[in-house]
Design a protein around this ligand. Structure first.
Ligand SMILES: [Zn+2]
Length: 512
């Protein structure tokens, strides 16, 4: 039926179908082509109503009233006002009311997404609420740009053909390729993957949870949430891949605190990062990093971690401690154990917490000492003997300026080590100071007797730091380099004598 707004004439185009009610077949959720059409021929813009106002008539129903007649008027108010308009409304209402009183029809809205019909609703506010939720879900799985624009087309529909939320959702989803209603798993609010069957997901989680033993204590460290929602099909995983996704690692930004002086290169390699990336994350830091410096890093952590607790009880050893006691009466270098150490024993009840099988903490609930440990005592002698070991160390550092032997037709009885004035001179071996003072050409001289036939001489000193009779230790500072006596510049004249016969010192110490 056509209604021409300009001429006000009504025409029935598919009137046969309309009036032969029995022949109207209505399939669930599928609209039969409109039987009544009010067309605005030749009219331009009339409010926001689209070109056609569909009037849909379906199966006969038990109810006989048309509820929202007022709404029909509202809708048509948008159509041009005036006599033609009034006539149109009146005729419209008359036809609707008069001809189809016995049908359960209602004023509704046809919902269009990107121009495609997805269903019929009566409560538009309710649909908007519902769609905004669905829209969010779709955005989540499709991304902002791909979501369609919604428009509404007023229509008259059978109450029965008004769609429920489930049908609307199915129809809307059918518009988007690859969007599937599935079960998503979120770990600490982050999407990991989805499955078609909830049981597959639950089984994968359970397999992971129980894979570290101590099943009754095993829990996930992270929050796990399973949501029934729309996801893109590429996020759907099957079989082993579900587990693999959950067991994978992800990169997170973190902070590393240097535990010693470290190079940036070392830190980068610790976390498998490139040095460029690490330096970019830490502007202003390059080269070496001091102990305690905070460095931004990216590290890899497992998506999912399992915490297990092992309850342990039994007897455990208590390790013994060690103590050292100095003894002035015992020769230096000697030591003896006076008390042997012995482990103690204790009964312990404790919980050991593991994360992914790695021990993290230990909580002791009960501790009973069965046997105290015995501290090991070692007595160490500190008494200097003044007896040489028989081996000599270099008495000072500097260059060898004169060797032992004949020099200018004279016998040089030691070696000269050239060093700047004030340089430390140390005892070449343990010994007793036999002389410390001025001695002719030697200038300031220290003579050490090593108690084994050897004596050593340290000549031309600027300062003498030991006294006659004093016991000295190998390596102890006894004097300072100088140029006293017959000397042309600061150096140490060093002699080694065996039973007072000069020896070549280089046979006892190295020349450099
Ligand atoms: Zn000399």
């Amino acid at each position: 039926m056509h209604y021409n707004l300009r001429t006000g004439r009504l025409g029935f185009k598919v009137g046969k179908l309309m009036f032969l009610k029995k022949s109207v077949k209505v399939q669930k959720h599928i609209e039969i082509a409109p039987k009544l059409i009010v067309r605005r021929t030749g009219m331009k813009k009339i409010a926001d109503i689209t070109d056609k106002i569909k009037v849909l008539f379906y199966k006969k129903s038990q109810l006989t009233t048309i509820k929202p007649v007022a709404d029909a008027i509202k809708i048509l108010n948008a159509v041009k006002r005036g006599v033609l308009y009034t006539t149109a409304v009146a005729t419209m209402c008359f036809i609707v009311y008069g001809s189809f009183m016995s049908l359960d029809i209602t004023i509704a809205k046809n919902v269009l997404i990107n121009g495609k019909s997805v269903g019929t609703v009566t409560n538009i506010e309710q649909f908007k609420d519902y769609y905004s939720k669905l829209h969010e879900e779709l955005q989540h799985s499709l991304g902002e740009s791909e979501i369609g624009k919604v428009s509404y087309l007023p229509c008259i529909a059978f109450n029965k053909s008004v769609n429920d939320e489930y049908t609307l959702k199915q129809n809307i989803m059918s518009l988007y390729d690859g969007v599937i209603n599935a079960y998503s798993v979120y770990v600490d609010n982050e999407f990991v993957c989805a499955t078609l069957e909830k049981a597959d997901l639950e089984m994968a989680l359970e397999t992971i949870r129980t894979s570290y033993g101590n099943e009754e204590t095993a829990t996930f460290v992270q929050d796990i949430e399973i949501k029934n929602e729309l996801v893109t099909s590429s996020n759907i995983k099957f079989g082993e891949n579900i587990k693999n996704e959950l067991l994978s690692s992800k990169s997170i930004e973190s902070v590393y605190v240097a535990t010693k002086e470290q190079s940036m290169w070392e830190i980068a390699s610790m976390y498998g990062m490139t040095i460029d990336k690490l330096e970019k994350m830490n502007p202003g830091i390059d080269g070496a990093v001091l102990d305690g410096t905070h460095i931004n890093i990216i590290k890899s952590v497992p998506v999912l971690s399992v915490q297990t607790t092992a309850h342990v009880e039994g007897e455990f050893d208590i390790a013994y401690k060690s103590e050292i006691v100095c003894d002035k009466t015992m020769a230096k270098g000697k030591q003896k154990i006076t008390v042997e150490g012995e482990n103690g024993k204790q009964f312990v009840k404790k919980d050991i917490v593991f994360i992914n099988g790695e021990e993290i903490t230990e909580t002791i609930h009960e501790k009973t000492i069965i046997k105290e440990p015995v501290t090991k005592v070692t007595v160490v002698g500190t008494k200097l003997s003044g007896i040489g070991t028989g081996s000599f160390i270099r008495p000072t550092y500097g260059s060898l300026s004169s060797r032992y032997g004949t020099r200018w037709n004279r016998q040089h009885q030691g070696i000269d080590i050239s060093a700047s004035a004030g340089t430390n001179i140390v005892a070449a071996d343990d010994g007793v100071v036999e002389f410390s003072g001025w001695e002719g050409g030697y200038g300031n001289l220290v003579k050490l007797s090593h108690g084994n036939g050897y004596t050593t001489y340290y000549g031309h000193c600027s300062k003498l730091l030991v006294k006659k009779g004093q016991i000295v230790e190998k390596g102890q500072v006894i004097a300072k380099v100088g140029s006293t006596g017959r000397s042309t510049g600061p150096h140490l004249h060093f002699e080694v004598r065996l039973n007072n016969i000069p020896q070549n010192p280089l046979e006892f110490i190295s020349s450099n």
